[in-house]
Write a protein that binds this ligand. Sequence first.
Ligand code: SF4
Ligand code: SF4
Length: 433
Amino acid sequence: MKKNLDDIFNFQATSDDCVKCGKCIPVCTIHQVNADEVTSPRGFIDLLGQYQAGNLELDKNAKNIFESCFLCTNCVDVCPNSLPTDMVIEEIRADIAEKFGMPLFKKAAFYLLEHRKVMDWVMKFGFMFKTCAFATDEKKGGLLARFRMPMVKKGRLIPSMMKTSFLNSYPENIPAPKQEEKPLRVAIFIGCLANYNYGGIGESLVEILKELNIDIFIPKEQLCCGAPAYFTGAVDSVERMTKANIEYFESFMDECDAMLIPEATCSAMVKHDWQVFFKNHDMPEWETRAKNVAEKIHMATAWLDDNTELQALLKTKGSFDTSVTYHDPCHAKKVQNIYKQPRNLLAPNYPMIEMSDSDRCCGFGGVTMQTEKFHFAEAAGKPKAAMIKETKAHYVSAECSACRVQLSEALNNAEVETIFKNPLELIAEALKK
Ligand code: SF4
Ligand code: SF4
């Protein structure tokens, strides 16, 4: 694919625009766990400029450096010139993938994300045989590795697999209970972790929409949003998944009032990064199509709070004693400015306790960080687990299953009792009161 580097993705121009003020350094997730100038936004930008000027070879050391960024966007948030460090790193990762190739396990993972039917079988198989290698921990909602495996250390908590995915558990159309009230019609884009691992999220969203008397449409042919591939530099995979999804969304979007995504990363990818990807790869027609479909797509709590009577309905329900601390996913607060709405919907029924730094990145960081560079993810998770422990909250909540994977493991590692729940799961529970 031809790249259009004349825009903000001109590494050299980005590097020239960096005034070296250093404001990004204290907030940088990788710099917090690896205090070295080269693994800081200022360092990354400088190296990228040198790479484009031909002064830096893309060798194993450079690969190692550029794969250390968590893509958390903390730096973009504080930079006086709003330099898109995360986006230029996403671009260089495509060059890295081209030069070094993709490890087999990543190729297999992206193949499965593109081929839903094969993935369904692999997950079923995983469900049947999971107890051979893992112990189930119902309370923590995950699996504990019984022994050391490639890239999974003994005792690590990973998400469990469901027997039947969310998309295979429900009919395509679920009519609103009271049709005489001319209900809204809302589609659900579920996200892969909620589809295969965290079944309570989709189930809760369906229950909430039924309570609000909304017609539900579950588009069965939806694919992964492409985020795992995008953050890893697998551009061909991203192109195939995004184009297939856009064509599919266009076929039904006119008949829907909105499409809800109960996941911050998928929502940021679909609403924001798809357009960036097409712009950056010089596909203006697809950029426009991505922009058009994005208009009706929303993160679930944001749409529910802004467009329905859910908050008022929750206020008529009783309160729980169990307290909640809300973690702001980077892809919700920093990319989409969504942080009030989930709190608005939780506060009527749960005592809320703010942690000392709710938008400090949890340290998930993507596929590479969770596998080859897990020591960085582990180090970034520790302060977050300590912060959650300090609140003494019963639940930590975030509308993001990537944060759930990372925080559940960080809490497990630090032996903190707090349990992770998506806000939709807590809201659905409150509606039953
Ligand atoms: S995106 Fe996050 S980890 Fe990467 S350079 Fe910026 S602050 Fe650091
Ligand atoms: S905050 Fe922006 S301008 Fe300042 S050093 Fe960081 S990247 Fe450069």
